[in-house]
Design a protein around this ligand. Structure first.
Ligand code: NDP
Length: 486
């Protein structure tokens, strides 16, 4: 990787890389080897203050630019990201361990899509004119919220920074973004590229740190909005902290999503959907369909074809483009998943594929399928966040809808069937924000993404994200004398 492809310091504040070694060191470990490849330092309170100060100072002038000008900068950043896709994808692979085969098409590119999409919208963010009796009228003005904080999970570090940064900046907000301490590198490149594209100093800042740094950002009175991608327990804490000061929030949290395969489904497509929804990014995707409900008539064919296809996964060096299945992000996450696999065996689920750690360096685990899983088992109830699919049998439609909805989560849901009316009837009854018919886990920037129930609040992507990064001022204009009671 060329030297300039790596971030050169821990933080990016006010248009520059900033180092402060007073903060606790955070090692960056390459998941494929277990070797340390970089080190950053956690932000001290002074660094947090510096970043928020920069974002606050930059916000009014950024919002005062025309939307078209702001949008041009975002779209230029998208172009730079696309030009450098290869080196950014290598960095994403080093940060997360995800195979280059994936990162080349799913990470920097989806970040660029968000910058391009919201850059395109920025010039058309308007209010409306509301005519009233007697010639009076109200006009509304769409205004930025102010300084926004973005806090990311470790599975899609570039994408998460862009999904939060792009709509925030398009609306005239500035942002301080804190990546997960597990994957601190990629968001720094997003900040660097936005600056190169013309974003004024302070518009997009990155500070490193663990939950304590996140908490310091969330509770700061200069912050108007917090957007978190993370687990439900963290979401509860961050939402509560934000509520204490009436801050706006977007919460993109975890899930245990159902993927329902009816007897009449195309087996090959259903297996493809289940693979996408359980093993892409080594299963570390929030919207994964990890409870795969398979109707009894298709169960044998489904499991047979699934095992055959999983046998062709190429597990290996993520930097080799032939590799289609990489390691877990960290040793800690590997152990969490291994514990869940042990729990599944202990509870009597049938291990139909995989289940073992690989005897090699790095945090490698086999893609794993449990069959004959029942609703009460821990592996069917809790988010595992790894490559572990639970296959559950079902008999009929009404039963599977009730069982699919019997969870606190509500992020995603999928249905595979060739019966057109059943597809829409079933999907309409599933309690989930992001739904799929005859496919799974596609998240184009044009479509809203987000969860219901404990899986989240608000939506990312699409025009709806604009509502979560702006608010309306209404101005009543009287064309008549003022009537008063006395
Ligand atoms: P965590 O909830 O552990 O952490 C998320 C982020 O919040 C991290 O940057 C973390 O810092 C930070 N954080 C932790 N505690 C606090 C706090 N008290 N105040 C402020 N910030 C805090 O999630 P993971 O990083 O382990 O990511 C996996 C989770 O993310 C899964 O549950 C997954 O479903 C969810 N996710 C949801 C997505 C969605 O769009 N719905 C997409 C991707 C993942 P640090 O970790 O550095 O300590």
């Amino acid at each position: 990787m060329p030297q300039n492809a790596q971030p050169t310091a821990s933080h990016f504040i006010n248009g520059h890389y900033v180092e402060d070694t007073a903060g606790a060191p955070i090692p960056v470990i390459y998941a494929a080897t277990g070797e340390q490849i970089a080190q950053v330092h956690s932000a001290t309170l002074a660094i947090v203050d510096q970043a928020l100060q920069a974002a606050k100072a930059a916000q009014k002038a950024w919002a005062a630019m025309s939307g078209t000008e702001r949008g041009r900068i975002l779209r230029r950043a998208a172009d730079i990201i696309r030009e450098r896709n290869h080196e950014l994808s290598v960095l994403e692979t080093l940060d997360t361990g995800k195979p280059l085969q994936e990162t080349l098409v799913a990470d920097a590119t989806s970040g660029a899509d968000a910058l391009e999409y919201f850059g395109g919208l920025a010039g058309s963010l308007t209010g409306e004119h509301i005519p009233l009796a007697g010639g009076d009228f109200v006009y509304t003005v769409r205004e930025a919220l102010g300084v926004c904080v973005g806090i990311g999970a470790w599975n899609y570090p570039t994408q998460i920074a862009c999904w939060k940064g792009a709509p925030a900046l398009a609306c005239g907000n500035t942002m301080v973004f804190k990546p997960s301490e597990t994957t601190p590198l990629c968001a720094l490149k997003v900040a660097e590229i936005l600056t190169e594209a013309g974003a004024p100093p302070g518009v997009f800042n990155v500070v490193q740190g663990l939950g304590d740094v996140g908490a310091a950002l969330v509770t700061d009175p200069r912050v108007a909005k917090v957007s978190l991608t993370g687990s439900v327990p963290t979401g509860r804490k961050v939402y509560a902290a934000a509520a204490a000061e009436m801050k706006h929030v977007t919460m993109e949290l975890g899930g245990k999503s159902p993927l329902i395969v009816f007897d009449d489904a195309d087996v090959e497509n259903a297996v493809s959907g289940a693979i996408l929804g359980n093993f892409y990014s080594t299963g570390q995707v929030c919207s994964n369909g990890t409870r795969v409900f398979v109707q009894k008539g298709i169960k044998q064919a489904f499991l047979k074809r699934l095992a055959e296809r999983l046998g062709t996964a190429v597990i290996g060096d993520p930097l080799d483009e032939a590799t289609s299945f990489g390691p877990m992000v960290s040793e800690g996450q590997l152990n969490i998943v291994l514990n869940y696999i042990a729990k599944g065996v202990e509870e009597g689920a049938r291990l139909a594929f995989g289940g073992k750690r690989l005897d090699r360096d790095g945090w490698y685990l086999q893609p794993t399928v449990f069959a004959d899983v029942t609703d009460d088992m821990v592996i069917a109830r809790e988010e595992i966040f790894g490559p572990v699919m639970a296959v559950l049998d079902f008999e009929d439609e009404e039963e599977v809808i009730a069982r699919a909805n019997a969870t606190e989560f509500g992020l995603a849901a999928g249905v595979f069937t060739n019966d057109l009316t059943r597809a829409h009837r079933v999907i309409g009854q599933l309690e989930a924000g992001s739904c799929f018919i005859n496919t799974y886990n596609l998240a184009p920037v044009e479509a809203p993404f987000g969860g219901v129930k404990a899986s989240g609040v608000g939506r990312e992507n699409s025009k709806l994200a604009i509502n979560h990064y702006s608010e309306m001022r209404s101005v009543y204009v009287s064309m008549n004398d003022v009537e008063a009671p006395f």
